[in-house]
Design a protein. Structure first.
Length: 214
């Protein structure tokens, strides 16, 4: 396991006995550890997948407004903030996980809101446009397409959407979304899409070549 970076980092959120940890791997909070509680379906994206993902997204992050649905540990949304996003909304229905998210946000003094709510219900009752959305629901629930359909009124022009799903599975996306990059690990497929170009925060260059991690 990697040790903490040379420079000090904020204290991690407390983990229950026996729980794991996941770390922020880049930016101002690099090395900060977040608790991974024992919950069905909770499966934080691996360091390797996140390293690839945030290399793809690096030019898009400064100033971006981020939505992390099915937030779990919050590592995707908090990593985006660590690397320059302006604000994040973290949505998580499990009360214990939402409480841990609030603790982490408070310890980091992160510019983030935590909503203890079902992701689909939250989307149905809220407005607002986001430049970057992380969509990584529990695989067993099969909620990708419902969530994607519900995102239509929550995306800034030219928004970027990250979708993680079981390897070999590519959820249906709306007409007009462009696949920017995709890759896979042993267990997951991960992909970044873009909505029709416009006034969004992203400045990524077009690149249709796939990337794969082992």
């Amino acid at each position: 396991m990697s040790r903490s970076p040379r420079r000090p980092s904020p204290a991690p959120a407390s983990a229950p006995r026996g729980a794991g940890q996941v770390r922020i791997i880049g930016g101002r909070w690099r090395g900060t550890k977040l608790a991974v509680q024992d919950r069905p379906g909770l499966r934080p994206s691996s360091d390797r997948v996140r390293e690839t993902l945030f290399n793809w997204l690096m030019p898009a992050l400064p100033g971006a407004r981020v939505l992390d649905l099915f937030a779990g540990t919050g590592v995707l949304g908090l990593e985006a903030l660590s690397r320059g996003a302006t604000h994040a909304v973290l949505v998580e229905r499990d009360p214990g996980l939402a409480a841990a998210l609030r603790e982490a946000v408070a310890k980091l003094s992160a510019p983030a809101e935590v909503h203890a709510a079902d992701a689909l219900a939250w989307l149905g009752g809220r407005g607002g446009a986001f430049d970057l959305v992380f969509l990584d629901p529990p695989f067993a629930d099969g909620l990708w397409e419902q969530a994607i359909d519900s995102l239509r009124n929550h995306l800034a022009p030219g928004a970027w959407i990250y979708v993680e799903s079981p390897v070999g599975t590519a959820p249906r996306v709306p007409a007009g979304w462009t696949l920017h990059r995709e890759g896979s690990s042993r267990d997951v497929r991960f992909a970044v899409y873009r909505t029709p170009a416009g006034q969004g925060a992203a400045t990524l260059r077009p690149d249709d070549s796939p990337a794969t991690t082992e």
